[in-house]
Design a protein around this ligand. Sequence first.
Ligand SMILES: [Zn+2]
Length: 237
Amino acid sequence: MAKIAIDNGHGLNTPGKRTPTFPDGRQIREWEFNYPTAQKLKQVLERCGLETIMVSDTQEDTPLATRVSRANNAKADVFVSIHFNAFKGEWGTHGGVETHYYPTSEKGKRLAQLVQAELAKATGLRDRGIWASNFYVLRETKMPAILCECGFMDNMEEAKLMLDENYQWTVAEAIGRGICAYLGVNYVPKPEPKKEEIAPEGKFYKVQVGAFKERKNAEALLEQLKRAGFPGFIKLE
Ligand SMILES: [Zn+2]
């Protein structure tokens, strides 16, 4: 079974890694997107029958060397690092998604291509393509490795997506599909929630909370329900 090392990039309090200030005064940390999205990616990959190892599963800023050695020691088959980009740290109109790989890694490049295609399609954000980058985690890991930038923190519209659970899922599923394609593994989609059952025409699902021989007991229960804020009535059947 293939093993995927997942890196959620940075710590909660890593200096600089945050949005500019929103009009309401708040800033979003990059970790607030990276971490939950990494957790979702873990679920996606495990659903597809893959093994995972989290290499920076904490609020702390795990040293790059630790992340890399965890992946190398676990003999992971793929390394993926999840990030949210920044341009100048001032609100601007730049934006989009991109995926990095190590310049001399052909496998890394192919993995990057497959993941980037899914990421661009699923998010609908500008497709900034793949980049050959001499990043530490890409260079020092022994397996094909990619680093995904899933939007820009200093684009206000994209920054608003960071805390959006649906967006986090969209990204996690897209990266998962790309990794599955790379490994030749069947991607298993998220199960659809079951449609609520609808009663046939003229029938209803009824909720009844009690039936009593003595009316005073029925009245006592009705009183309790009313105090709890539920409507009710007594009917002799
Ligand atoms: Zn980052």
